[in-house]
Design a binder for this molecule. Sequence first.
Ligand SMILES: Cc1cc2nc3c(=O)[nH]c(=O)nc-3n(C[C@H](O)[C@H](O)[C@H](O)COP(=O)(O)O)c2cc1C
Length: 208
Amino acid sequence: MSVKNIMEKRRSVRHYDSSYKISSEILSSLVESASKSPNGNNIQATRYLIIDDPDLRNLLLPIAFNQQQVIEASTLIVMLGDYQAFDKGNIIKIHEEGFKAGYFDESLRDYLANAAIKYYENKSKEDLKLELTRDVSLASMSLILLANEAGFDTITMSGYDSKKLKDILNISERYLDVMLIAIGKGTKAGHKTVRHNVNKVMYRNKII
Ligand SMILES: Cc1cc2nc3c(=O)[nH]c(=O)nc-3n(C[C@H](O)[C@H](O)[C@H](O)COP(=O)(O)O)c2cc1C
């Protein structure tokens, strides 16, 4: 299916076949492809926390306002951003790997690494939160498209108590939770939704 086709057909699905299992090979392959998404300075800050323990899912259900997809979907993924990805050491390491793989020479390696270090060094926590949100959101959309292409249904969720979720899953302040994504085989089609006419959302050169 083309990307355009998936965009036309995809719906947020809220009811899943809880007996359907997605193999860890398929899941790894979806995540591996999603990780090819564009990301700021290629610092690769997105983390995919797969929650497949039914007990944890049951604990998360009330935290996510009893949204049944939390327990019914084959997979529940907490999409996280890792603040440690901004560390100088990580930036240097990633660019060294690119150099060793032969993707660029020493001078481009140093230029890219130094540009990235400079870009992040004076940013506030709030700025870094926005950087993580950008990267994790792009990876999330990729994952959603890939999962739909593979024949699964998906839903994105921000309807959960972030603090309680982090407590239950022991997620430290090192990580920013951006959203939850559930993936599985839907048992009830998602309802259709309208979209603004393109003329309402597309502007040229200025917006008022
Ligand atoms: C960031 C984000 C958070 C969302 N959170 C929830 C949620 O907690 N529960 C829910 O039922 N749908 C949630 N949705 C799904 C939206 O309601 C849905 O995408 C929108 O109504 C458009 O419908 P469609 O996805 O079927 O095209 C969320 C979507 C996004 C992008």
